[in-house]
Design a protein around this ligand. Structure first.
Ligand code: GDP
Ligand code: CA
Length: 312
C-alpha cells in the first residue's frame, strides 16, 4: 500500500508515472482541497479533478488543466449575462461540477462524491480529499498603495495571474477541520508515503494544516519521501516561487528540504541540483538525485520507480 499527498498538475503527472509501476489499486492519494471554490453556484475542486482526469487519461496535455478536446461554449454564453468567466470551466468539465454540487446539496460528503467521480472515470486508485470540511486558502497581497488585501486563492492565481506580491497565506477553517475518513489510516498503514512534486505552500501546505496529518507523517518519517517541485531554483511551472520567497522558504530544493525536514526522511532532487545534495543532507534529509522533469509518461514512471526505491 502506498499513500501520496497531492496538489493538482505536478502531482497528477507524477501519479500517472506511479500507477504505471505499481498496481493502481494499491495507491491512495490525499488531495488538497484548499483551492476549492464556488463558481456560478457550482462546487469546483480543481486539484481533485486534475488528478482524476489525468489518471483517467482524459487530461489536456496542452493546457495542463481541464479535459482534452474541451470546448467553452457555456462560459462564453454566460458572458452575455455579465458573468465574470476568468475561471474557465469547460463544457464537459461542468458535468463533474454539476454532479458534485447536486450530491453535496443532497447531503453526501466530499469524500463520497469524490469516490463516485473517480469510479465513473474508471480510475482504480483511491482519491481522498484531505478533509470533508471547508478549508479555503487565502492570500494576503500588497497593493500598489502599500495597503494589503486578502484574496481567495483562485482570485490571486487565475484572475490576477499571481501578480500581486504575497505577504502571507492562511488556510481558513483548517484549525477546525477533521481529516476525511480514511486519511489518517492511509498514512498509518502505508508502506511508503510520497509527497508529490506539488506547490509546497498552497498544495501541500493546506494538507499539513489539517489537524492530525502532520503528526501522522512525523510518526512515519522514515517511510516518507518527497519529490522536489523546484528544479534549478525555479518551479517547473506555476507560482511556487511567488509564494515561497515571501514566506521565507528559499526557492530551491534545499528550501523544500528545510520545509519538509520534520516529516520527510528523503527528498528526490533533480540532476540539475546534484550540487545541493550536501546542503539537503545537512538538514537531516537524504538527498537522492534523479531526472525529475517529467517531459513524458515514461520519464514520470522512471521517476516514480526511483522515488519508491529511495526509501525501499
Ligand atoms: P497545481 O495545484 O495544479 O498548481 O499543482 P501542484 O501543486 O501539484 O503542482 C505545481 C508544482 O508542480 C509546481 O511547483 C511545479 O514546479 C511542479 N511541477 C510541475 N511539473 C513538474 C515536473 O515535471 N517535475 C517536477 N519536479 N515538478 C513539477
Ligand atoms: Ca491547485
Amino acid at each position: 500500500m502506498l499513500t501520496a499527498l497531492a496538489g493538482g498538475v505536478g502531482a497528477a503527472r507524477f501519479l500517472r508515472g506511479l500507477v504505471a509501476v505499481v498496481p493502481p489499486e494499491t495507491v491512495t492519494v490525499i488531495v488538497n482541497t484548499g483551492d476549492d471554490e464556488v463558481f456560478h453556484g457550482l462546487h469546483v475542486s480543481p486539484d481533485l479533478d486534475s488528478v482524476t482526469y489525468t489518471l483517467a487519461g482524459a487530461d489536456n496535455p496542452e493546457t495542463g488543466w481541464g479535459l482534452a478536446g474541451e470546448t467553452f461554449r457555456t462560459v462564453e454564453a454566460l458572458e452575455r449575462y455579465g458573468h465574470e468567466t476568468w475561471f474557465r470551466l469547460g463544457d464537459t468539465d461542468l458535468a463533474t461540477h454539476l454532479h458534485r454540487t447536486e450530491r453535496l446539496r443532497a447531503g453526501a460528503s466530499l469524500s463520497e462524491v469524490t469516490s463516485e467521480i473517480v469510479t465513473a472515470w474508471g480510475v482504480r486508485s483511491r482519491l481522498l480529499p484531505m478533509t470533508d470540511d471547508r478549508v479555503a486558502t487565502r492570500i494576503t497581497v500588497q497593493n500598489p498603495d502599500g495597503a494589503t488585501t486578502e484574496l481567495a486563492m483562485q482570485d490571486w492565481f487565475v484572475r490576477r495571474q499571481a501578480e500581486p506580491p504575497v505577504v502571507s497565506v492562511r488556510f481558513e477553517g483548517a484549525d477546525r477541520s477533521e481529516a476525511a475518513p480514511g486519511v489518517l489510516d492511509a498514512l498509518d498503514d502505508a508502506e511508503t508515503i510520497v509527497i508529490c512534486p506539488s506547490n509546497p505552500v498552497i498544495s501541500i501546505g493546506p494538507i499539513l494544516a489539517v489537524p492530525g496529518i502532520r503528526d501522522a507523517l512525523i510518526a512515519r518519517r522514515d517511510r516518507v519521501v518527497g519529490v522536489s517541485p523546484i528544479i534549478g531554483g525555479k518551479p517547473v511551472r506555476g507560482p511556487a516561487d511567488r509564494l515561497m520567497g515571501p514566506l521565507g522558504i528559499e526557492v530551491s530544493c534545499v528550501g523544500v528540504a528545510r520545509a519538509y525536514a520534520d516529516f520527510c526522511s528523503t527528498l528526490v532532487i533533480d540532476a540539475a541540483d546534484a550540487e545541493h545534495v550536501a546542503a539537503v543532507e545537512a538538514l537531516g534529509v537524504r538527498g537522492v538525485v534523479a531526472d525529475t522533469l517529467m517531459r513524458d509518461a515514461r520519464i514520470a514512471a522512471a521517476l516514480a520507480r526511483e522515488t519508491l526505491a529511495a526509501v525501499a
